[in-house]
Structures are given as structure tokens and as C-alpha cells.
Design a protein around this ligand. Structure first.
Ligand SMILES: [Zn+2]
Length: 155
């Protein structure tokens, strides 16, 4: 009899104590964390979606090819996907393309030796590859590799 009463007493002592702590936590945490977290999560989802879309578009579309022009300058209108190689007197000067992110900027990369920065262009089955990666310091700051005519995004 005495033991039963003691057990009952101990339980009822513990329960309200637990409830009070969890209720206390619930009151404090959402107010502090959720306000800045909701926009950050939505932004991350949007960024993921954009990345997924441009990756799928790049993989499903035809591989980018190389169009060779005579001269040391890029044409005034650039092809939508293909790369342009400016070649003069048998020397490859530069390679250009519209930024694959879709921002509309023209990216021009120097190929001639003794310039900095410069890129190596290799062509296999008509599909161009660039080394090293392209990382725009201005504008959209796109960062990607071009391998076998396909853009591989770094970020
Ligand atoms: Zn861009």
C-alpha cells in the first residue's frame, strides 16, 4: 500500500516537469529560427531547380560544335550553342561562345601562347574541350568545364 502511493507520487512529479520543458522549448525555437530559415530554404530550392534544369538541358541537347572563322576577332553575332574559333594564318587566336548560363554575354578565351590567362582547346570527333575550367570574374560568374562539347557546371 505504502509502496504504491510512493510510485504514483513519483510519476506525477516527473510528468509536469517534462511537459514544462518541451512547452518552453516550443515557445522559444520557432520564433528565433523560422523567420530567417524560410526564405533561405526557398532560395536553396530555387537554386537547385535552376541547376537541375540547365544540367538536363545541357545533357539532352546536341553537343556543342566548333565553327572556325578566319581572323583574330569574334563575329558580331555569336551562334546560340556552338563555339567559334578565330584562326589567322594557321594560328588559333581565341575561342568564343555565348555564356552557357543564358545571360547573353560573350565569353572569349585566348589560345595563343605567352598570354595569360590562356586555355588549351582540343577537338575530338568535332567536339571541343577546354582546359582549364572557365570561371567568369564578372557578370554572372558562371563556372564550368567544357568537355566533349558539353558544359559541366561547377556551381
Ligand atoms: Zn552567364
Amino acid at each position: 500500500m505504502g509502496r504504491q502511493r510512493f510510485r504514483h507520487h513519483a510519476q506525477s512529479d516527473r510528468r509536469p516537469g517534462r511537459r514544462r520543458t518541451s512547452a518552453g522549448d516550443a515557445e522559444v525555437r520557432p520564433a528565433e529560427e523560422e523567420t530567417p530559415m524560410i526564405p533561405a530554404t526557398l532560395k536553396a530550392w530555387w537554386e537547385d531547380l535552376r541547376r537541375w534544369y540547365r544540367t538536363v538541358r545541357e545533357q539532352r541537347g546536341p553537343a556543342r560544335k566548333l565553327e572556325i572563322i578566319e581572323g583574330d576577332m569574334m563575329p558580331t553575332t555569336m551562334p546560340a550553342r556552338n563555339l567559334v574559333l578565330a584562326r589567322e594564318d594557321g594560328e588559333d587566336w581565341s575561342v568564343g561562345m555565348l555564356c552557357p548560363c543564358g545571360c547573353g554575354d560573350v565569353i572569349e578565351l585566348m589560345l595563343i601562347k605567352n598570354t595569360r590567362p590562356r586555355w588549351d582547346l582540343t577537338i575530338e570527333d568535332g567536339r571541343p574541350s577546354l582546359h582549364p575550367s572557365v570561371w567568369r570574374a564578372t557578370g554572372c560568374r558562371a563556372h564550368f568545364w567544357l568537355k566533349n562539347g558539353r558544359v559541366r557546371w561547377c556551381s
